[in-house]
Ligand binder design. Structure first.
Ligand code: MN
Length: 372
């Protein structure tokens, strides 16, 4: 048994069924001082290192009325320190914060103790670079070295995997192409479709995700970025636009010819006179687009249908577009969308577009905006 007096409380180490050398004892003392500095306890504490079991438990630790019990059980690794910090936090929660004892798994106290123990140990380790040598000094140095390495690998891998998982969850996903590359061949040839989808579109999504993770923008919805695009730089603007426009575009196309559905058709007739007039205006606007861009049929704030064209990968929903609105139909006017089949004959590409409009989807988009 050895005692360590800290500023306001004293810790008694009860050394049961296991032997600690002086360096190890000092390490535990230092760790207690460190814990007391960070999470100061008011009352005295007894820390018992137990050899084999606590009640039915053969691994782990426990905080009891006057202190902490830690099972050593042939372990002499950082787990012991982490466990000590974990139980210390529990004592702090109960005696300093006056919290009720919570459930052992999944409760607030437990999650907090786990998180704090991890970060406290890391902090302590960074100030005590020789810690490994001390805890692994005794017996079976090779086995201990192996244990240490395994533990380090787990820590590194665990953290790496966790970060990778979190980053993965935050990513903007790829919209699936809802038909084969060849199914629009009368409008766009399979090779163009393949390159357009796999290289251009996926490229926008990748560059967008790279830009978002570089700047640590956090977990965002693509539409959220589009709606507040003025907050971001041009890399995000261009690639978010590219990702959003194409995700819509794939769904706006249909392998089979469709007729405009009831609700959208009525609205087109109301706002343009008839469908031919709408198409004529759309075609004219498309032809006028100089360089790369898109032509759109949109629904404005005042619930009116309107045709506009946007440059580059801008979208009518972006807060930087004047007189914009919610797109219900769009046509990609970039050369990458048609050049292999049409070369300089963009007009023909625009004309053929009307044979492959997915009016079901257009109607769905229209209704979702009208309802709001
Ligand atoms: Mn495109």
């Amino acid at each position: 048994m050895f005692k360590e007096y800290l500023s306001l409380m004293n810790v008694t180490f009860k050394n049961i069924k296991c032997k600690l050398n002086t360096k190890q004892k000092n390490l535990f003392k230092d760790f207690c001082k460190f814990l007391q500095k960070n999470y100061g306890l008011k009352d005295d504490l007894i820390i018992s290192f137990v050899g084999e079991r606590i009640g039915k438990m053969t691994t782990g630790s426990q905080h009891v009325k006057k202190g902490i019990k830690i099972l050593i059980n042939n372990r002499m690794n950082r787990d012991i320190l982490r466990t000590m910090a974990h139980e210390w936090i529990h004592v702090y929660q109960r005696n300093v914060l006056g919290r009720e004892r919570g459930p052992d798994i999944g409760g607030k106290n437990e999650n907090e103790a786990n998180a704090l123990a991890g970060s406290l140990l890391k902090k302590f380790e960074s100030k005590n670079p020789n810690m490994d040598g001390i805890i692994y000094e005794e017996v079976k140095p090779i086995q201990n070295k192996i244990n240490l390495l395994q533990e380090q690998i787990l820590l590194i891998d665990g953290e790496k995997l966790r970060n990778e998982f979190i980053n993965e969850m935050k990513k903007i996903g790829i919209e699936k192409l809802p038909y084969s590359y060849s199914s629009l061949r009368n409008f766009v040839d399979p090779k163009t479709m393949n390159i357009h989808y796999n290289k251009h579109y996926k490229g926008y999504v990748k560059k967008l995700n790279d830009a978002l993770s570089d700047k640590k923008y956090g977990d965002l919805e693509l539409e959220e970025i589009i709606l507040s695009v003025s907050k971001y730089d041009d890399v995000v603007r261009n690639n978010a636009g590219g990702a959003f426009n194409h995700a819509l575009f794939w769904k706006m196309l249909s392998p089979k010819k469709q007729v405009p559905k009831k609700e959208i058709l009525e609205k087109i007739n109301k706002d343009f006179g008839n469908i031919k007039k709408m198409k004529d205006e759309f075609n004219e606007e498309s032809k006028k687009r100089f360089g790369s861009g898109w032509c759109w049929l949109i629904i404005t704030k005042n619930k009116k249908l309107k045709i506009i064209s946007t440059p580059n990968q801008d979208n009518p929903l972006m807060n930087i577009i004047k007189g914009g609105g919610y797109p219900v139909l769009g046509l990609d006017l970039w050369e990458h969308a048609y050049y292999l089949k049409y070369q300089n004959k963009r007009d023909e590409y625009i004309k053929n577009f009307w044979n492959h409009v997915n009016w079901d989807f257009v109607n769905e988009l229209f209704l979702s905006r009208i309802d709001n």
